[in-house]
Design a binder for this molecule. Structure first.
Ligand code: GTP
Ligand code: MG
Length: 358
């Protein structure tokens, strides 16, 4: 593992477990660099696949005349994806280890589906960049990294993949480290860790590889479990956009009125004074319900249902805030718009950066 300048320390397992047990990451990088195979390998080697999933993948691999299990089928489920051997749509998978829970978005690498990649990366805490060690960073790899950075994903784990094809050669890995170092500096990437792997054979994915004695860093899984995610979560401004109003029809719950949504920022506690915008009605938090029962407080990114002490007219789209910490209300918005056209999926700025190399 090479940690580029500015990387936060790996470790701090206790911190990770206690405060941020969920890591959302997206695989990005050029087509065929091994993103889906890597996720399949990670889930397979950590025994996250059910027997029926495994036998379906076995059958699909046999049907396509493949001698062995094609682990990319774990995420590439569409017929068109399996026929063409590429990912088209983002596939979400969930995994859990004793250290952390993971939400994984496996994104397509093909330039035609760049917009799908942007969707997948938009909710990620971290991007897992796959780079083929035989070729180094490609234009599409740079494009994906630029888009991720534009979306605020400024922590990267880079897998120098297909190390088996370069005979586990350290210099191929070092070449990728050097290229990434230059690009990360230009884009203001906060942390970037490069790990040499073979997704196909499992080297350095879950367990350390015996094929690369020169590498003394952790495996990918170990790093994913322990990497500290620099949190940009705003705990000061208190914002809860109401997504849905829950009014059960069941007579037993006739007086239940809850406002469901995800805490966008800040902390909500029982008894807190709140104001509902845009109406300006005020009340107190009477209860905070979750799928696992009531809680005393909610922080981002928890999905909860808030009940108020008073029967107010609150509807979808309203925002529950604190009376002394209200957002600015206005009609004018300054925005930077980037378009992605069908023929040439172009983020103008991104495009310039991607093409200019490192
Ligand atoms: N030799 C070798 N081949 C690999 C490795 N990882 C992936 N491959 C092969 O590379 C090809 C592409 O793998 P995928 O996992 O589908 O690549 P991808 O990045 O998901 O491709 P897209 O989603 O279409 O962008 C497949 O034939 C894999 O078997 C590796 O570590 N070594
Ligand atoms: Mg794929």
């Amino acid at each position: 593992m090479t940690t580029l300048p500015g990387s936060p320390p790996v470790g701090g397992a206790e911190l990770a477990v206690d405060t941020m047990d969920l890591l959302r990451f997206a695989t990005i990088g050029s087509v065929d660099d091994g993103k889906s195979t890597l996720i399949g390998r990670l889930l397979f080697d950590t025994r996250q696949l059910f027997d029926d999933q495994l036998s379906a993948i076995e059958t699909a691999s046999e049907r396509r005349g493949l001698g062995e299990l094609d682990l990319s089928f774990v995420t590439d489920g569409l017929r068109a994806e399996r026929e063409q051997g590429i990912t088209i749509d983002v596939a979400y998978r969930y995994a859990a280890t004793p250290h952390r829970k993971f939400v994984i978005a496996d994104c397509p690498g093909h330039v035609q589906y760049t917009r799908n990649m942007a969707t997948g990366a938009s909710t990620a805490d971290l991007a897992l960049v796959l780079v083929d060690a035989t070729s180094g960073l490609r234009e599409q790899t740079r494009r994906h990294i630029c888009i991720a950075a534009l979306l605020g994903v400024d922590q990267l784990i880079v897998c120098a993949n297909k190390m088996d094809l370069v005979e586990w050669d350290r210099s191929a890995y070092q070449h990728i480290v050097d290229e990434m170092e230059a690009l990360a500096r230009r884009l203001g990437i906060v942390s970037c860790t490069v790990i040499p792997v073979s997704a196909l054979h499992g080297d350095n994915v879950v367990d350390r590889s015996a094929n690369m004695g020169w590498y003394d860093g952790p495996s990918l899984l170990h790093h994913l479990e322990h990497v500290h995610i620099a949190s940009d979560r705003n705990l000061i401004d208190v914002r809860f956009p109401v997504q849905y109003v829950i009014r059960p029809r069941d007579d037993r719950f006739h007086d239940y009125r809850g406002y469901a949504g995800q805490v966008a920022s800040g902390t909500y506690k029982l008894g807190d004074d709140v104001v509902v915008l845009p109406t300006g009605f005020t009340s107190k938090i009477a209860a905070i319900d979750t799928a696992d029962g009531p809680v005393d407080e909610a922080t981002p990114p928890m999905s909860v249902t808030i009940r108020l002490a008073d029967d107010l007219d609150v509807s979808r789209g309203d925002m529950i805030c604190r009376p002394n910490n209200q957002p600015t209300v206005g009609q004018d918005v300054d925005a930077m718009l980037e378009t992605m056209r069908a023929q040439r999926p172009v983020f103008t700025l991104v495009e310039r950066a991607a093409r200019s190399g490192s």
